[in-house]
Ligand binder design. Sequence first.
Ligand SMILES: Nc1ncnc2c1ncn2[C@@H]1O[C@H](COP(=O)(O)OP(=O)(O)OP(=O)(O)O)[C@@H](O)[C@H]1O
Ligand SMILES: [Mg+2]
Length: 380
Amino acid sequence: MLKLQQVLGVMRKMRSEIELSEPQFGELTDLFGISSLVVDNLGVISSINDSAAEMLGFKVAELLGTMLMRLVVDGGSALSNLLSQSSGVFEPFDLVLHGRSGRKSAVFVVPVPIDHGDGATRSILLVLTEKAKRQASSHTLQHSELELQHFANRLIVAHEVELKRVSSELHDGIGQVLAMIKFMVEDASRRLKQGKVQEGGHILDETVQRLRDAMDDVRRLSSELRPSTLDDLGLIPTIEGHCRKYEDAYDNIKLERHLNVEEAEIPAHLKSEIFRIVQEAMNNAAKHACASTVAVSMLSDHGNLILGIRDNGIGFDAKQFAGGPVNQQGIGLRSMRERAESTGGFFAIKSAPGSGTTVEVRWKLHSVVMRGGTNGMQSN
Ligand SMILES: Nc1ncnc2c1ncn2[C@@H]1O[C@H](COP(=O)(O)OP(=O)(O)OP(=O)(O)O)[C@@H](O)[C@H]1O
Ligand SMILES: [Mg+2]
C-alpha cells in the first residue's frame, strides 16, 4: 500500500522535475483518492480537487476564491501560523472544517510548499486526510495484522500435523521394519556362529526381503511428502495416477472423475495441498463411508478454483469433528481444513449420518493475465 508520505515525496519530486499547474496537482491527488487544495499566502483557495470539495459538500467552483479560514471551526491558529510563515517549518496539523450542511470534518493537514521558481513560496498545497478515515484505516491495518497472525498460526498447525504424520510413519512403518531386521540379523549371526550355516543363510535371505520392504516404505514416504510427479507431470496427471491406484485397491468402489481445469490455471503453491486433500478425502471415503461411488471434481468457475470429493456412503456427524483437538481423533479432517485455509481457501464439509459426505474447497484465483499484444490487464 502506498503511504501518504511516499505520495507527497513523489509529488515534490514531480514538482521539481516538471512544471505542474495547481489544478494538475489536484488531479494528481484525486488519482490517489487524496483530498487536496492549494491556498495562496493569504489563505485564499486557488485550487481544490474533487475529493476535497466533495468532503465539504461543495462543488469545486463554489470554493475557488474562498478564504479557507472561513471554513475553519477549530485549529485556526495553526493555519494562521502556516500562512504567516512565521515558523518557516511546514509541520502537519489538525483542523476542523465545516461543510455546506454544517457537518464538521476533522482533518489531518499535511502542508507542502509550492516553489514558484523564484525561491519564494507563495502557495501551499494542503493534503487533507479525514481523521475518521485515518482511524478506520488503522483499524483495518490492525485487523489485517491479526488476520496475518491467524494465517501464520494455521500454517504452523498444518506443518505440525504434517510432522506428526511423518513421525508416526517413521515410527510405525520404517522403524518397525528396521527393528525386525536388527533382530533377524542378530539371529542369523548367532546361528552362523553355532555352525548352522543353512539356517543362518535362510534368515539372511528373509532379511533382504524385509530390507526391500523398508526401501519401498522410504520411497513411499518420500513420495507422500511430495510426489515427484507433481513437479514432473503436474497436478492433474498426479491425481489421475492416484485414481488408478485407488481403483485397483478398491474394486468395489466406482470412481468418477471430473477434472475440468487446465493445469496452467492451478497456482503452483496449491498443487501439493490439493493433492493431499484429494488423497485424504478419498481415503476417508474408502475407510469409513462404505460407499459404492466416489466422485472427484475440480473446476474453475468465475475466478474460483473449486475442488470436490463426494461419496454416497453412510456419512457422519461432521459438526462433532469440527475444530476438535488434533490428538483427540484422526487428524485427516483437521489437516484438510488447515491445508485449505492456510492457502487462503474456504473449506466446507457436508455430511450427515445416512446421506454421504462431500468435501469442498474453494480458492479465489488472483492471477493476472496479460492480454497478448496489448497492455490491458485482466484480473480474474
Ligand atoms: N467420508 C466419510 N464417511 C464417513 N465417515 C467419515 C468420512 N470422513 C470422515 N469420517 C468420520 O470422521 C472421522 C474423522 O476423520 P479423520 O479423517 O479426521 O480421521 P481418521 O480417518 O479416522 O484418521 P486419519 O485421517 O488420521 O488417518 C472418521 O474416523 C470417521 O468416523
Ligand atoms: Mg482420515
